[in-house]
Design a protein around this ligand. Structure first.
Ligand SMILES: Nc1nc2c(ncn2[C@@H]2O[C@H](COP(=O)(O)OP(=O)(O)OP(=O)(O)O)[C@@H](O)[C@H]2O)c(=O)[nH]1
Ligand SMILES: [Mg+2]
Length: 416
């Protein structure tokens, strides 16, 4: 797949229009700038308009399009990024008047995903989303092809051919993806058999999910074999799901999964293509919703994330709001949840307490007497349960132990 820009730092103009809700609009323009910069575009300026109604030919008013043309000429703009998803003909019309390439927000996000995709699965998912985006716009492309090839023939035939070719490719890629998804499901089933609860990290992109995962891996009792994940100041640094085992001080274990972040107006092609990745969230026993409290738009980002969670079918799963980056923020009375800094490792204990409370509800604390001939059971419980007290008496080892329902059932004959 090709990227939208041929070279780095193409001179870019951002364009947006709104009918109502100016505040929301201003925020989405700010975010558009972030997205553009993530694609290594150099943002030179922005032009906005409050619309009274939509002009069907160009979406924006005629005068506005003229203003854009002037700006493009005077500032040697190479690419325009529109905040809206436009129809093929609207894009073409604007492009013809202003004389440079016009792309929209959806294409921009798809492009960031394409740059970040590393695993075969993520690459496939992005390719599918890109082709799905292309399908209804194929006439725009076919037109270009015809011009480029100098063919005059009826565009319709070429268009049909291209369309069928793309549809065929999509179904091929989807088959490949399904195969991979099946494999992963088998792996997951194996894990579930291990009886470990699953905790999923979710949240807006760049909120600190991967950083929190690394912090939890770090404090995990046996930090030897589990590798850390990539956490950097980039939009959509994580596109694939990673699962790590976390072992707490009290020997309680859970599986922690880190996954792709969200953004407002996440293109529906992406939600669809990433369905299998996002579905893992719906299988979690607990969700940690990570919010970047130092971002002035955190409330909006929180709402967007909750909306996406609903869309992918999350219901009846307990959620802890984890307000992150408190090292960059003072006032803490904003809502229910825990307030931490994943990077500076502040208040991580509070978070672990909350996780403990919600995840291990059916754990029990019991007294057991383990005969010396069954010493291996004692060793096993030391490793896999939380032995609070141990006392060596004549009949065996007298212990007070907190354990899972599974271990309770397994060893209930030893309960005193
Ligand atoms: N100041 C501060 N920065 C943090 C904190 N936690 C994370 N960050 C920074 O925030 C940026 C994004 O962190 P990530 O952990 O990659 O965020 P993410 O939620 O995984 O992002 P995506 O994978 O893109 O969805 C990085 O530059 C982190 O260093 C924190 O507690 N304080
Ligand atoms: Mg991440």
């Amino acid at each position: 797949m090709e990227y939208i820009n041929d070279k780095k730092f193409e001179r870019t103009l951002l364009v947006g229009a709104f009918l109502y809700n100016e505040e929301e609009f201003i925020y989405s323009m700010e975010e558009l700038r972030n997205l553009a910069e993530s694609c290594e575009l150099e943002v030179i300026g922005k032009i906005t308009q409050k619309l009274r109604g939509v002009t069907s030919a160009t979406y924006l008013g005629k005068g506005k399009v003229e203003e854009i043309r002037g700006f493009v000429e005077n500032n040697e703009i190479e690419i325009i990024v529109l905040n809206e998803e436009l129809s093929t003909s609207q894009t073409r019309n604007i492009q013809e008047i202003v004389g440079c390439r016009v792309i929209d927000r959806t294409l921009l996000i798809l492009d960031i995903f394409a740059r970040r995709a590393k695993t075969r699965e993520a690459i496939l998912q992005v390719q599918i989303a890109q082709l799905q985006y292309l399908l209804p716009r194929i006439s725009l492309l076919s037109g270009n092809f015809n011009e480029r090839l100098g063919t005059r023939g009826p565009g319709e035939t070429k268009y049909e051919l291209d369309r069928r070719k793309i549809e065929k490719q999509v179904s091929l890629l989807e088959n490949n993806l399904n195969e991979m998804v099946e494999n992963r499901k088998t792996q997951r089933k194996r894990r579930v058999k291990n009886n470990l609860p699953i905790v999923a990290l979710v949240g807006y992109t760049n909120s600190g999910k991967s950083t929190l995962m690394n912090t939890l891996i770090d404090i995990s009792k046996f930090k030897n074999d589990d590798k850390s994940v990539i956490a950097v100041d980039l939009l959509f640094a994580t596109l694939e799901t990673t699962t790590r085992q976390i072992i707490l001080e009290n020997n309680k274990k859970f599986l922690l999964t880190d996954t792709v972040g969200f953004v407002s107006r996440l293109p529906h092609q992406l939600v669809k293509a990433f369905r299998s990745t996002l579905e893992e969230i719906t299988e979690a026993d607990l969700i940690l919703h990570v919010v970047d409290i130092s971002n002035k738009n955190y409330q909006r980002q929180l709402n967007v994330t909750e909306k996406v969670l609903l869309e992918i079918g999350v219901k009846n799963i307990p959620i802890i709001h984890v307000y992150n980056k408190i090292d960059r923020f003072d006032s803490l009375n904003v809502g229910d949840g825990v307030f931490i800094s994943a990077a500076k490792k502040l208040n991580i204990d509070d978070l672990i307490n909350e996780i403990n409370k919600l995840l291990y509800k059916n754990y029990r604390t019991v007294r057991m007497l383990i005969p010396y001939t069954s010493g291996y059971i004692f060793n096993y419980l030391k490793e896999n349960a939380f032995v609070i007290k141990e006392n060596y008496i004549d009949e065996g080892i007298d212990i007070l132990v907190e354990l899972s329902e599974h271990l309770y059932n397994k060893y209930k004959h030893l309960i005193n």
